[in-house]
Ligand binder design. Structure first.
Ligand code: G3P
Length: 218
């Protein structure tokens, strides 16, 4: 499973790139707004830091303008994946850009029916928002299960399932258990994945016992 980092904060990305666990980056208009930076500048910088796919989302909602914005974003770098919302116009843009060889990430997916349409529209990635379904009392990971089941029946679908709106480590674990292609994870959560209190406790005990031997390996 690939790990994408869900942020437009280049400092956070920089810190994680060294960990070797960054396969790509996803952004959206809210994350760009949070960064306080110009989208073209920050996506350019991220594409220079990360060789994997970098999702940059259009801001328009009409076909004509989304196409123009999508082409502008795709022109930034070869590893840009243009993000479009799961709407009628968004999927028309998806079809047009993917036919031209541009990676397209279809976002704001909340049902298996929507994911089916995105695959038929040639999406490179589908981004089901599991956390936002959890927020309303559903189990967002059930949607991932349904989408993976549908996609597995049609080899002609090339769309990768990119689990988004990930809110906890359990979401990442379950995404991997289900065989999702990608999870896009907020930086804070990536660092959390490293941690377990028993690991810290066990390491402290090892170091204390080792100190007692008076030995040195070097
Ligand atoms: O990738 C989508 C993600 O940024 C949305 O997360 O927590 O706002 O639902 P959240």
């Amino acid at each position: 499973m690939q790990f994408f980092i869900d942020t437009a904060d280049t400092q956070e990305i920089k810190a994680l790139v060294d960990s070797g666990f960054v396969d790509g980056v996803t952004t959206n208009p809210s994350l760009i707004a949070k960064s306080g930076r110009n989208i073209l500048e920050v996506i350019t910088e991220i594409c220079e830091m990360v060789s994997g796919p970098v999702s940059a989302e259009v801001a328009a909602t009409d076909y004509e303008t989304m196409i123009k914005e999508g082409k502008r974003l795709a022109a930034i770098a070869d590893n840009v994946a243009v993000k479009v919302p799961l709407t009628v116009d968004g999927l028309k843009v998806c079809r047009a850009l993917s036919d031209e060889g541009t990676m397209v990430n279809v976002t704001l997916c909340f049902s298996a029916a929507q994911a089916l349409l995105a695959a038929k529209a040639g999406a490179t990635y589908i981004s089901p928002f599991v956390g936002r379904l959890d927020d309303v009392g559903k189990d967002g990971m059930d949607l991932i299960d349904d989408i993976l089941e549908i996609y597995s029946s049609f080899p002609e679908f090339q769309t990768q399932v990119l689990v988004a709106s990930v809110r906890n480590v359990r979401h990442v674990e379950r995404a991997a258990m289900m065989g999702a292609d990608v999870a896009t994870v907020p930086p804070k959560l990536v660092w959390e994945m490293f941690k377990h209190p028993f690991t810290d406790k066990g390491l402290d005990a090892f170091l204390e016992d080792w100190a007692g031997t008076g030995q040195s390996i070097l």
